[in-house]
Design a protein around this ligand. Structure first.
Ligand code: UDX
Length: 454
């Protein structure tokens, strides 16, 4: 919405939320207090806030005023009930639709922005069709269209300013044209694809499933490289040069995280099973299994490197967010690895340039906040990388933050306990930067390469 407001100064954009704290934070004078960190976002907020971009808790009034409403609420995987563990929980979509049904006036276009399982537009339409018009006002009418979001965190502003494509799904030509006109303010018409509503919804799930599958594929090959002496980067380079495969999204790592990939895969698995397509369901589910395995494999090989016990070993985790340039830790592989190591009695020191101690504490379990304990081990939060590594037994790089690219490994290694280990799950440490450092070095898709460091 910040990008939309920036590109269309004559359109008034209001973001509403039932969460008071979030709205206060979005209106905060101190731009470091915005609820999410995203490169370039604070600049857009500063430029447009209270001009044509507003953040408000007045939900009913703003619905009544709106010509177009984007439903952008979260749709997490259901924890309970029918479809638990697979299907999306649509309660927030449903309650938003009910508010729209109650307070909207005249003709309102509803744009389904949340990632939703196929046929959600139907649910929204059903709720809206039950809404009664005020006797003294004009008749309420609604048009429901789908326009899923393809932005990735960390590059969200760029992705929105210059998208590969925009999808608009629906059958109301007038509503589609209205939304398309808005996008055309900064996006060429050739990049705006009009589809039926179900294709639009399914395209979003499928795009994420394909991207996730690519990561599980390269991670599966990374494990084979580590055993055979092949180098995953050389393999990725070689296959990426084939234009049919393409070079993007081929970085082996600790497994994908984030709010979308797993959730959308689970949704596809659920849909396939719902329609009796067991083989298709199993195929996509395997992408998730492989992703879990990659995380477990990394925890296990760290523990194995210490002859099966990390009890009281000081292990430093560098990076906790699920990727760099975001403070989002949802489904971050670092959580799983940290939990495994804590369960094995490790003494963890966790560093991340943007993730807070509070977030880490929440992710490591409820009992954790007071005692700082998770099962056997302990963890502390570090502000300074070099201090964090003093007397450490191992350093585990979990996120590819720019801060970690220029670490002086010579200084770090001299301050560590011997035998000192570095586990680079992102493949970001250059071997030549380790020259002369006394340590054992493991890198994803390459394995143990101590012997090469002279
Ligand atoms: C994803 C989609 O890219 C985006 O289009 C959709 O709208 C939302 O979901 P996001 O989850 O923000 O975006 O991040 P993305 O860059 O796709 O990365 C997802 C995960 O895959 C991260 O954990 C990342 O580290 C990992 N990844 C990505 C790899 O391990 N290797 C790669 O080559 C690329």
């Amino acid at each position: 919405m910040a990008v939309l407001a920036d590109k269309c100064p004559e359109i008034k954009v209001t973001v509403v939320d039932i969460n008071k704290e979030k709205i206060i934070a979005w209106n905060s004078e101190d731009l470091r207090k915005l609820p999410i960190f995203e490169p370039g976002l604070s600049l857009l907020i500063k430029r447009n806030r209270n001009k044509n971009l507003f953040f408000s808790r007045k939900i009913n009034e703003n619905i009544a005023e709106a010509d177009i409403i984007f439903i952008s609420v979260n749709t997490p995987t259901k924890k309970k009930g029918l479809g638990a563990g697979y299907a999306s929980d649509l309660k927030w979509v449903e309650s938003s639709a009910r508010s729209v049904a109650k307070f909207a006036k005249g003709n309102t276009i509803i744009v389904e922005k949340s990632t939703v399982p196929v046929r959600t537009a139907e649910l929204i339409k059903t709720i809206l069709s039950g809404s009664k018009s005020n006797s003294n006002s004009e008749k309420k009418t609604f048009s429901v269209i789908s326009s899923p979001e393809f932005l990735a965190e960390g590059t969200a502003i760029k992705d929105l300013e210059n998208p590969d494509r925009v999808l608009i799904g629906g059958d109301d030509d007038k509503a589609i044209e209205k939304l398309s006109q808005i996008y055309q303010r900064w996006i060429p018409k050739s990049k705006i694809f009009i589809t039926n509503v179900w294709s639009s919804e399914l395209s979003k799930l499928t795009a994420n499933a394909f991207l996730a599958q690519r990561i599980s594929s390269i991670n599966a090959i990374s494990s084979l490289c580590e055993r055979t002496g092949a180098d995953i980067k050389e393999v990725a380079n070689a296959i990426g040069a084939d234009t049919r495969i393409g070079s993007k999204f081929l970085n082996a790592g600790p497994g994908f995280g984030g709010s979308c990939f797993q959730k959308d895969l689970l949704n596809i698995v659920y849909l396939c099973r719902y329609y009796g397509l067991e083989e298709a369901a199993n195929y996509w589910e395997q992408v998730i299994f492989l992703n879990e395995w990659q995380k477990i494999r990394i925890s296990n090989l760290i523990i194995d490197s210490f002859f099966g016990t990390v009890t009281d070993k000081k292990l430093v985790i560098l990076g906790y967010s699920f990727k760099s340039n975001t403070n989002d830790i949802r489904e971050s592989p670092a959580i799983r690895v940290a939990k495994d190591l804590l369960e094995n009695g490790a003494n963890l020191v966790i560093h991340d340039p943007k993730v807070s101690k509070f977030q880490i504490s929440n992710s490591l379990g409820e009992n954790n906040e007071k005692s700082n304990n998770c099962s056997e081990g302990k963890w502390t939060f570090a502000i300074d990388i070099y201090n964090a590594c003093l007397e450490a037994d191992a350093i585990i790089i979990m996120t590819e933050w720019a801060e970690y690219l220029n670490i002086d490994w010579g200084i770090i290694c001299r301050s560590m306990r011997q035998p000192a280990w570095i586990f680079d799950t992102r493949g970001i440490v250059k071997e030549k930067s380790l020259k002369g450092a006394k340590l054992k070095f493991w890198q994803v898709g390459k394995g143990l390469i101590t012997n090469n460091i002279k």
